[in-house]
Each structure stands twice: as C-alpha cells, then as structure tokens.
Design a protein around this ligand. Structure first.
Ligand SMILES: [Zn+2]
Length: 459
C-alpha cells in the first residue's frame, strides 16, 4: 500500500468487475428503493460523491440491509472497500455513471471522522424544463430539476387499494417563466408540504427536486429515490436566486395575446435562424409566405385516425388507432410545401384541417376521385392551383428542430400589424417582409372557388 494520497481509487477510475478497490466518498443521498404498488423492496441505495465530484450510485441488496443500515448515514464520509463494480441497472438510476457499486457482506465500511471539504455535499444533473420532453416516461435515468416554488397544494390523502397515500401537488417555475407541475407521493409529499408551510406563503423558495420521474414535457412526479432541498447553498441555486431577484425587481408587464401575436411576425430568414433556446413547441410565429411548390414524391395524404389524426398507416386493416382505439381511418392531407417570401424559401408542412381549409375540399373527396395509382403521387388540380398563392400562416415547430408546420391560416383582416417593439423584425423584415405584404396583397386564393369545384364534382 502506498502513501495516504494514492490509497483511494477515484470513482472515475473504477471499472466493471473490480472488487478490491478502496474509495473515499460521501453519501450524498440515501434511500430505500421499493415498488410502491406492492412494497417489494429492491435495496438500500445511495448516491456517492468523491473529491473529484464524480458520482456513482451504490446498492445494498435487501438481504444485506440489516448489516449496513445503521452504518450508513446521509452526508457522512466513508472509506469503502471490498465492494463490487457492475454495470448500471436499466431503471431508476440517479446519476449518469455507466457503472454502479454493490455492497456485499464482505464490504468494509469505515466512517472517516471529521468533514472533508473537498467532497461536496451534493451533486445534481439538472435538466432544463424545456428539455424534459426528451425524458418523458423514460425512467432509465431519474431527473433533477431546479425552480422557484410558485404554488403548493394542500396535502391530500388518497386511498390506493388497501392503503392510504399522501399526495402534494406543487408548481415551480424556471427563470424563463416556464411552469413545471410536481406531484409528490408519500413521505416526500408530507415533508415538503410541512416545510413550505413553515416557510410561509410569502417566502420565495428555490427548490431542488432530485431523482424525479418525468411524466410529460411539463410534469414530474416523485419516486422512492426522490429528495427535495429548499434554498440549498450550491452554485446553481445561488445563481438562480440572484437572477430571480433581478427579475422580481424589474417586473415585465404581462403581454396581451394581441401583443404577443403582433410580436410573433417572422420572415423566413428569421424563422430559419431562430435560437432554439428561445422558443418551445407551443410557440407560434406569424409569417406571410407564398406557396411555390408541394413535394408529393411520398404522396399528399395519409390514412389517419378520424379523431386524433394520428397515422394509422401501419395497421390500416385493423382499423385501430393506437391512441383512440377502434376507428375507421380517414384520409388526411399531408402537404410538404415549399414557401417563399422576400427573404428566402423554406419547407413547411400543412396537415389535415388546415390543408383542407386551404384546398377547399377534404382529402377524402380528392382520394375518392383517384382512378390511377399514379395519382397518389401527383398533385390533384385542387392542390396544384394553390401554387403561387400567398397566405398568412401561424406556424410552429413541434419538435424544436427547425422544422415548421402550419397551425392556422389567418385571414388578412385579423392578421395584426407587427409590434413596434419587435426590434428583430424592424431590422430585417420591413418593408418587403411579412406585415407589409399582409396588408397590401389581395386575397387571391380563398375558399369559395374551391368549394364550387368540389360541388360540381359531387353533382
Ligand atoms: Zn386517434
């Protein structure tokens, strides 16, 4: 054995299969993992941190818990040896280390007295609210979030089968004002509700929720690994609080929906150079564009659910929508359009009812007219006639990948003038940009003539 300095192996140097190493770590979090549905115990788990701030999850199997439960205390520092290093499990890991540690009967746990400042108390892998959608229903890695508490619901008791479980709903916000719903179950619910009550209604609390499960792009719930920390003394929380204080000292007046709409004008050039950190899947932009091409090499319609429009292409004969159940599929439009304005061109998807409004007849009607298989891949006249027409579209980017689709068509009367405050717009868009065009251009293509053609055909 060498000097004290090289006696301990850093967590970063542990490898799969090792069982003779010695590490010096702090137990940052300690919890019992169990299945809340039937109380099946999986083990006593902990999150370890070393003085390089590297983390690793460790587990004591249920049969060995008795040996370790009094030895291990959250926050304390230990020398550990004779443990096993294995691959991480597929579910409910609380850090992204690809390895995990298992304690066994042979494992030696020695508490190191006195605190060692070089080992932090906490380590989190924070996920931005806007990125939570990538973690929906994926519980391989649990999620840490940080936010300002804006609402704490009453603690409720809910009967589940033979037992009663406590639930607390809360809402937190990030610095962009994005809200996240948080549902807490069991001890963490009652603990959080009590602590927040003690802080008082007017307190401005920054909370860390660690080890959460992401249930939707804007909601998380607790697991048996979850912990919460109020106003923690860590850099991330301190920075958050400092920025929050600046925001609270300089409140921005809430914008009306008309203002927001007027500020949402973008040229194609602007849409193509948007910063993806600055918007999300719900953000709408207005643009005034001309349809110059519709690519139908992969068709112009698809078979989808009558209710939710989800594609039923893969199981057309089963007549079952994966979301809505048994369902006669219908033909929906799927127009892969190329559009243009004074600043450039871009692709724009136009689906379903929006396309129907544009074309003037339903995709079903056009499909009924198909006689030759080639017609699935050539534009029907009704769609072809749209080329060259100019429209004001409200567009959005569902996956925030720079790929836009039309949410709605605005008629020129209801399209707002651009807001004077949209500096980005003023710089780049006027006078040939969208707004000027919206007001000047006549409405060349609108529904009536299309409808008539449809009626002619019916007659
Ligand atoms: Zn459906």
């Amino acid at each position: 054995m060498g000097s004290v300095g090289d006696e301990f192996t850093p967590l970063s140097q542990l490898e799969y299969g090792m069982d003779k190493c010695k590490v010096r770590v702090r137990i940052s979090r300690l919890w019992e993992s169990f299945n809340p549905k039937d109380d099946t115990l999986f083990g006593l788990d902990c999150l370890l941190i070393d003085d390089q701030e590297k983390t690793m999850q460790a587990r004591v199997d249920p049969g060995d818990i008795e040996q370790f439960e009094d030895l291990l205390v959250e926050g304390k520092i230990y020398a550990l040896s004779d443990f096993n290093v294995d691959e991480q499990r597929d579910y409910y890991m609380s850090c992204s280390n690809e390895l995990t540690m298992y304690f066994g009967r042979q494992t030696v746990v020695t508490e190191i007295e006195g605190d060692i400042d070089s080992i932090p108390l906490h380590s989190f892998e924070f996920v931005k609210f806007k990125d939570l959608r990538y973690r929906c229903d994926d519980n391989s890695l649990l999620t840490d979030v940080l936010g300002h508490v804006v609402h704490v619901g009453d603690l409720r008791e809910v009967s589940k089968k033979s037992r009663v479980i406590e639930i607390c709903n809360a809402r937190i916000r990030d610095l962009r004002g994005r809200a996240l719903s948080v549902t807490l179950f069991g001890d963490i619910a009652s603990g959080f509700a009590e602590d927040m009550l003690e802080k008082g209604q007017d307190a401005s609390v920054v909370v860390v929720f660690a080890g959460m499960s992401v249930t939707s792009s804007s909601s998380v719930c607790s697991t048996t690994s979850s912990k919460y920390y109020l106003d923690l003394e860590i850099t991330e929380v301190q920075e958050f609080r400092a920025n929050l204080l600046i925001q609270q000292a300089n409140p921005v007046p809430e914008k009306t929906s008309a203002q927001k709409l007027a500020e949402s004008w973008r040229t194609i050039e602007q849409l193509k150079s948007l910063d993806r950190e600055e918007y999300d899947e719900n953000t709408m932009f207005l643009c005034r564009v001309s349809l110059i091409d519709i690519d139908c090499t992969s068709g112009w319609c698809y078979l989808g659910c009558d209710t939710c429009q989800k594609s039923m292409y893969k199981a057309p004969r089963k007549y079952k929508c994966a979301r809505c159940g048994p369902m006669m599929p219908v033909q929906w439009y799927k127009l892969k359009a190329k559009v243009q304005d004074a600043t450039g061109t871009m692709n724009l998807m136009i689906f379903c009812e929006v396309a129907e409004e544009l074309v003037g007849v339903s995709a079903e009607e056009l499909v009924d007219k198909i006689k030759d298989d080639d017609e699935w891949y050539t534009l029907p006249d009704e769609i072809d006639d749209l080329l060259g027409s100019t429209h004001t579209f409200q567009v959005f980017d569902k996956y925030v990948v720079g790929s836009f689709a039309v949410r709605s068509i605005m008629d020129d009367a209801s399209a707002p003038a651009p807001a004077a405050t949209t500096s980005q717009f003023k710089e780049k868009a006027d006078p040939e940009g969208s707004a000027a065009m919206a007001r000047v251009k006549s409405t060349r293509v609108q529904k009536p003539n299309k409808r008539m053609r449809g009626d002619d055909w019916i007659n």
